[in-house]
Design a binder for this molecule. Structure first.
Ligand code: HEC
Ligand code: HEC
Length: 323
């Protein structure tokens, strides 16, 4: 009797595992192993304006953690109001992207974090000056000594920032659903998820980050840039900027859709103001179909279920529900 029960539940568990293995989306890990000292040092650095040339801009200036990890404009304003060329993506869950930046030019979070500090339109600093400023702060000197057993240098600064960014993992109700809690999402959200699969959104937005795992052209089914009207800028060229290969023109890292309800405007150019517009245009330019208003509503309901919370809200700012 007892054996039968055990065999039965084993089969059940195997079936649940099988069902999950076939899902194109996977849940975020329930626990992220992190060095707590590095996370709090990284959090401080992430919010520190001394990382900029004139002490006015921090990473958090453009990646506001209380508004979805982004700045809600088509192009960010950096040092002295200088404007960039591309929309700031969120830093939440960026640790799960296979590469960083829209065109994937940084392989790791550490490599990524070196970029903005010296970028003349972002933080406009240089590393020797930043390090000199941080060395004047005994709090930093002690923290770096304790964690890295040495003085402050660039590698350790970006290492701490990267560890902090790994703490910005935001599981949502949808992750509970993927783990087998069928009531975690509403019937409308479930239907939206079914549409997300049947329309083929999952061909590109898949895996743990529901995106962030591959490069794809913007405009697979129809020329997006011709219809957009605005002149094509270098940033619109995507991966081509890195590879100079013709086939990489307008190819971007597929963005993660986690917390997507919080991060308008959408696309690399910020040209889609609403989630409805972004989903409609995905149908048109990526799939060559017109998605009905009803189906868009259901897909958006599903996308709303991807709004999550950081694992340890004591250490990191939690996501607000309103951008
Ligand atoms: C002036 C605004 C600004 C500042 C300051 C800034 N960023 Fe960004 N960040 C951006 C923009 C814009 C992009 C996209 C650039 C691109 O893809 O070419 C970006 C991209 C990123 C990405 C890649 C995310 C992804 O999905 O590819 C990460 C991670 C990131 N920033 C972290 C940081 C960190 C860490 C700092 C501080 C050291 C920082 N940012 C400072 C605007 C900013
Ligand atoms: C062929 C690959 C592909 C398919 C299929 C696809 N997408 Fe996308 N999606 C992308 C790429 C690439 C981008 C970035 C485009 C850009 O920034 O110009 C994107 C961007 C988005 C965005 C905006 C994300 C942001 O942070 O700005 C949303 C929302 C979105 N897709 C939803 C969907 C939905 C819903 C479907 C199905 C109806 C879908 N996508 C189908 C590749 C795809």
């Amino acid at each position: 009797m007892r054996n039968k029960f055990i065999t039965g539940s084993c089969i059940l568990i195997s079936l649940i595992h099988l069902a999950h293995a076939q899902e194109p989306l996977q849940p975020l890990p329930e626990k992220v192993p992190l060095n707590a000292d590095k996370v709090s040092l990284g959090a401080r650095l992430f919010h520190d304006q001394r990382l900029s040339g004139n002490n006015t801009i921090a990473c958090s200036s453009c990646h506001n953690l209380s508004t979805g990890g982004t700045d809600h404009t088509a192009v960010s304003s950096g040092i002295n109001g200088k404007q960039g060329e591309i929309r700031a993506p969120t830093v939440y869950n960026s640790a799960y992207n296979f590469r960083q930046f829209w065109n994937g030019r940084a392989a790791t979070l550490q490599e990524q974090a070196q970029g903005p500090v010296t970028n003349p339109v972002e933080m406009g600093a240089n590393w020797p000056d930043v390090i000199k400023k941080l060395k004047m702060d005994p709090g930093y000197v002690n923290a770096f000594k304790k964690i890295y057993h040495q003085n402050i240098d660039m590698n350790n600064i970006v290492d701490a920032i990267a560890e902090f960014e790994r703490s910005l993992s935001t599981p949502s109700r949808f992750d509970d659903y993927l783990r087998g809690k069928t009531t975690a999402i509403t019937p409308q959200e479930k239907h939206g998820y079914d549409l997300f699969k049947s329309y083929g959104c999952v061909a590109c937005h898949n895996g743990v980050n529901i995106g962030g795992g591959m490069y794809q052209k913007m405009g697979v089914a129809k020329d997006y840039f011709k219809d957009r009207g605005l002149p094509v800028k270098p940033a619109d060229l995507g991966v081509y900027q890195v590879s100079k290969l013709e086939k990489d023109k307008h190819v971007f890292k597929v963005p993660s859709l986690r917390n997507i309800a919080l991060t308008a405007p959408y696309y690399h150019d910020g040209a889609a103001q609403t989630l409805d517009d972004a989903v409609f245009k995905m149908g048109k330019y990526q799939l060559g179909i017109e998605i009905s208003e009803k189906d868009r509503q259901d897909i958006i309901a599903f996308l709303n279920s991807l709004t999550g919370k950081t694992l340890d809200t004591n250490k990191t700012a939690s996501l607000s529900t309103q951008p």
